[in-house]
Structure formats: structure tokens, C-alpha cells
Design a protein around this ligand. Structure first.
Ligand code: NDP
Length: 266
């Protein structure tokens, strides 16, 4: 685990991830492994920024010479106030996770990164049960619907699922029933507190994939229960690599060493 810097005490570096909390972020380890694999003389650090201070912090990092910044919870929306040219998808998702300091541009690599990770696992057009209606769910639902998947959303707070379905073109499902779904995605933060979700796994399609966006040293309760019902389960590490690799490529214009990045997380 890396000790993050407070933004006012940030060192000179090339890239960073900002968030609150940001202590648990694996991005510095992953990006540093990528630089080492390609013998690039670059540095990447974690920086703690409180809500309401994102613009001040980014101006400060820009003055220190940072080239790019990843943005994590809870600043993915606030950063859009600072960006001069957020791309169309980031605006629609109301979330950017990657910014370039030179032209204050902002993109979202979470959603295309997520699509990278399901390629070959859930065919385009297939049915997806999405659990949760927070920031990640919003970006993923927009991307999945645009790509032609049939997305059903279930959320603990039903009104948020209804609102998300309205803006994305997905539908709401009242119970956690994965019947006919090729992919069941847990976008909730339940796993972070060790909680399981009452999915009716008995109805799941054989061969369906249970995908938890969260990652931890051990499998999450959601993954363990899905596996106990014969499903394949995956956690959020591949997504972390996919979105990080896309950020790396956007900043540096060269192919990211995905294998080295994944190994750094294991
Ligand atoms: P948000 O805070 O925006 O949304 C959280 C969602 O989780 C809400 O829908 C909330 O429901 C639901 N929720 C929280 N606790 C529970 C519970 N105990 N039972 C059921 N539902 C619950 O979070 P994000 O969308 O930003 O992130 C969600 C998860 O995705 C986190 O675990 C995060 O670490 C992970 N993530 C992983 C990434 C990766 O690279 N692997 C990238 C991005 C996110 P309600 O509306 O009722 O409050």
C-alpha cells in the first residue's frame, strides 16, 4: 500500500491518481510497473484531494508539471468543472477518470475498458443484469446500451434504478433474477463491506459470468456465491488494468504493457 501525498505537499512527478480516500489505490503500483516494463523514466503517485478542492489541486499539479491525472471516487463528476474539453461520453456519463493537463481535456476510460474485459465473454446483444445505480453503473449502462446489450438494472434504492434506466435506455428489474442473462455485473460497493447480494443464482444460465467491479486480495462474497452455483466469477482487476492501459495509451501514445500491469496487481 502506498502512502498518498496531500495535494498541497505533492512532489514533482509525471502522473497521479487523485481521490478521497486514495490510500488503497493500486494505480501507482500498476502504472509504475508499466513504466519499468518499457524502461520509461516516468513517475506516478497517489494524491489525496478533498471534495470541493479538485480545481485548486489540479491547478497546483499542473504548475508542478504533471502531464496527466487519473480521477477516482468521489471526484469523477467534480473534475468536469475543471476540464475545458471533456469528451461527449464523459459529459453524458457525468464522469471522467482521466485528464490531460496540457489542454485540460477529460475522458472516461472505465466504460470502454469494461467493454474490453467482456469481449469474448458476453456476446453483443446479450442480456445483462446490472446491480447498482451509482456512478460506475451509469457509465457502464450507457456504454452497454450503446453497444447493443439489453441491460436490466436493479438497485437497493429503486428510484435510482428507474432514473438510470430512463437516461440510458436500459430497463428496471424488480428482483435479482439473472434468468437468461449472460452477464451479471455487481457495480455496488456491497463487497467493500463484505456484504453479499441476494441474487437468485438458481435461475442463472449455465456459463453466465458473475462480474464484481470490486477487487480484494480474496474473492468477494458475490463471487464465492456465484461460483458455488456453478458460475464463472471475475473481480475488478482486469477492469483496473483495462482502464489504466487506456489512460496510459491516451497520455503517451504507445501500447500499454497490459501483462506487466496485471502481474503488478496479483
Ligand atoms: P457509488 O457510490 O456511486 O454507487 C454505489 C452503489 O452501490 C449504489 O447503487 C448503492 O445503492 C449500492 N450499494 C452500496 N452498498 C450496498 C449494499 N450493501 N447492498 C446493495 N447495494 C449497495 O459507487 P461507484 O459506482 O463509484 O463504485 C461502485 C463499485 O465499483 C465500488 O466497489 C468500486 O470500488 C468499484 N469500481 C471498480 C473499478 C475498477 O477499476 N475495478 C472502477 C470503478 C468502480 P443505493 O443507491 O441504494 O445507495
Amino acid at each position: 500500500m502506498n502512502q498518498p501525498f496531500e495535494w498541497r505537499a505533492a512532489p514533482k512527478a509525471d502522473f497521479a491518481v487523485i481521490g478521497d480516500p486514495v490510500k488503497h489505490s493500486l494505480s501507482p503500483k500498476m502504472h509504475s510497473a508499466a513504466y519499468a516494463a518499457l524502461s520509461l523514466d516516468l513517475s506516478y503517485v497517489a494524491i489525496h484531494v478533498s471534495t470541493g478542492e479538485v480545481e485548486l489541486a489540479l491547478n497546483h499539479l499542473g504548475a508542478l508539471g504533471y502531464q496527466g491525472v487519473n480521477v477516482t471516487v468521489p471526484h469523477k463528476e467534480e473534475v468536469l468543472n475543471w476540464a475545458r474539453s471533456p469528451d461527449e461520453f464523459a459529459l453524458k456519463a457525468r464522469a471522467a477518470n482521466t485528464i490531460r493537463m496540457a489542454d485540460r481535456s477529460a475522458i472516461n476510460t472505465d466504460a470502454p475498458g469494461f467493454l474490453d474485459t467482456i469481449e469474448g465473454r458476453a456476446p453483443t446483444g446479450s442480456r445483462v443484469l446490472m446491480i447498482g445505480a451509482g456512478g460506475s453503473a451509469r457509465a457502464l449502462a450507457i456504454a452497454l446500451v450503446l453497444k447493443g446489450y439489453s441491460v436490466q438494472i436493479h438497485n437497493r434504492t429503486r428510484e435510482r434504478a428507474v432514473e438510470l434506466a430512463r437516461v440510458t435506455g436500459a430497463s428496471v428489474i424488480e428482483s435479482l433474477d439473472p434468468a437468461d442473462c449472460d452477464l451479471i455485473v455487481n457495480t455496488t460497493s456491497a463487497s467493500l463491506s463484505g456484504a453479499d447480494l441476494p441474487v437468485n443464482w438458481d435461475n442463472a444460465k449455465p456459463g453466465a459470468i458473475a462480474y464484481d467491479l470490486a477487487y480484494a486480495p480474496q474473492k468477494t462474497p458475490f463471487m464465492l456465491t456465484a461460483e458455488a452455483h456453478g458460475l464463472k466469477a471475475m473481480d475488478g482487476r482486469e477492469l483496473l488494468v483495462a482502464q489504466g492501459a487506456r489512460s496510459f495509451e491516451w497520455w503517451l501514445g504507445r501500447t500499454a504493457p497490459r501483462d506487466a500491469m496485471l502481474v503488478a496487481l496479483l
